[in-house]
Design a protein around this ligand. Structure first.
Ligand code: GDP
Ligand code: IMO
Ligand code: MG
Length: 426
């Protein structure tokens, strides 16, 4: 099998975890390359639900190696908590199969405080609606070259100095700007040291691991978090996350030459959802939106917030195609659309009297874009037990075919329910 990425094409929560889990059986290694525990990836196997925030969704397949790459921001406490949860289910999480790059940035307690304090101070229009997990502040410290990396856990003096340095600035902000309690460097250091011994065995040279796997002709799957529209450069800035979510970041975020990764699987939800603030032209505020929200169980896997719901937006997918060029896509949650008389697809926007085919660059313009819809007939059947493409109702097949036409590639997978086996492979 080729090395491949699996990434979100919209605003996250497309069902990446489910498809990564499915494909994990066929690869040697699954790698997270960006984001942190802002992600929530749900996998359901034989009715048992697993929600993974930082550990790759490949962990449920015995024998598949899992790597947390250098591009990730890792909250060590969340990581250990996730290990505990998996161990309680008798899933092997030993350092023989799970690795953390020494270059991975660690989310520190002060990053979480800064994230929440900053959001709290913003005006209602300015709020991004972050997950409050310290993602942005951790990436800021990485770029400012004052971040703490997983490898630093092995050097106590360096770790202490880094915490002290970071807190000089953070405490000035906490005290004078945000009016929250200052943090004590010794306490933060002790807190990190209390878990360091458990974490250190996982910190291993992942570049060497990838190199060995390549030499042996084994393949890796790179698991994206969030989605293209939340990309720090290509998304609806500033209503985005703080990393590059596009599939090309898999190379940088794990340390693998880009030419080694040849398959790119976009995960595409059959309608659109978004958590947090920001433009969303096809958002529905009526009973259809409520129908999708309820039937799709659209609650955030990380924060429990209700996800905003709307029609499928082909302009978003055109942008995804332009910046990522997926080789195929997996269409998820098609079952959720069942029961609707009519299904709409946004094929363009009107903005200031002009027709647009892709999202405008500015969030202000995006917020003003009016969707242009076409309408397709729905289907009444429950498709959640369809195992073959041919078994789908004619109108469901017509909907898939129209999306393929608009997206520009074929759907390699059609997902008709949350369980691993509710997937049609074509
Ligand atoms: P991710 O962040 O992209 O991995 O997606 P999430 O796990 O946050 O959200 C997707 C949700 O939809 C989860 O609750 C999945 O169990 C569920 N899901 C995935 N695929 C399907 C599907 O085809 N049909 C239905 N009904 N639910 C699905
Ligand atoms: P998965 O991987 C959906 C959103 C947040 C907020 C914005 C910035 O499960 O698809 P952050 O905490 O990253 O600074 O928040 O990004 N967001 C997500 N939305 N799915 C996710 O991950 C998300 N991760 C972040 O709601 O609007
Ligand atoms: Mg999610």
């Amino acid at each position: 099998m080729a090395n491949m990425t699996v990434f979100g094409a919209q605003w996250g929560d497309e069902g990446k975890g489910k498809i990564v889990d499915l494909l994990s059986a066929d690869v040697a290694c699954v790698v997270r390359y960006q984001g942190g525990n802002n992600a929530g990836h749900t996998v359901i196997v034989n009715g048992e639900k697993h929600v993974l925030h930082v550990i790759p969704s490949g962990i449920l397949h015995e024998g598949t190696l899992c790597v947390i790459g250098n591009g990730v921001v890792l909250d060590p406490f969340v990581f250990l908590n996730e290990l505990d949860n998996l161990e309680a289910k008798h899933i092997d999480t030993s350092p023989k199969r799970l690795f953390v790059s020494p270059k991975t940035q660690l989310i520190m307690p002060y990053h979480r405080v800064l994230d929440s304090a900053r959001e709290a101070m913003k005006s209602a229009e300015g709020k991004i609606g972050t997950t409050g997990r310290g993602i942005g502040p951790c990436y800021e410290d990485k770029m400012a070259r004052i971040g703490v990396r997983a490898g630093d856990l092995k050097d106590k003096d360096l770790l202490r100095r880094k915490i002290e340095t970071a807190l000089v600035e953070k405490n000035a902000l906490f005290k004078n700007l945000y009016h929250v309690e200052e943090m004590d460097a010794d306490k933060v250091f002790d807190e990190i040291m209390s878990i360091a011994d458990r974490l250190i065995p996982y910190v291993q040279d992942t570049t060497a691991l990838f190199y060995d796997l390549k030499k042996q002709g084994k393949s890796c799957l790179f698991e994206g978090a969030q989605g293209v529209m939340l990309d720090i450069d290509h998304g609806t800035y500033p209503f985005v996350t703080s990393s590059n979510t596009v599939c090309s970041n898999a190379s940088v975020g794990s340390g693998i030459p880009a030419e080694f990764i040849t398959e790119h699987i976009a995960i595409v939800k059959a309608y659109t959802t978004r958590v947090g603030a920001g433009p969303f032209p096809t958002e529905l505020f009526d009973e259809t939106g409520e129908y999708l929200q309820k039937k799709g169980g659209e609650f955030g896997a990380t924060t429990g917030r209700t996800r905003r719901c709307g029609w499928f937006d082909a302009c978003v997918l055109r942008e995804c195609y332009r910046v990522c060029k997926p080789t195929t896509f997996a269409l998820t949650k098609l079952d959720v659309l069942g029961g609707l008389d009519e299904i709409k697809i946004c094929t363009g926007y009107m903005l200031n009297g002009e027709k647009l085919e892709t999202p405008p660059c500015s969030a202000g313009d995006f917020a003003k874009a009016e969707p242009i819809y076409e309408s397709l007939p729905g289907w009444k059947e429950d498709i959640s037990s369809c195992l073959k493409y041919e078994d789908l109702p004619e109108n469901a097949k017509k909907y898939v075919a129209r999306l393929e036409e608009l997206i520009g590639v074929k759907a390699g997978f059609v997902s008709v329910g949350p369980d691993r086996n509710q997937t049609i492979r074509r």
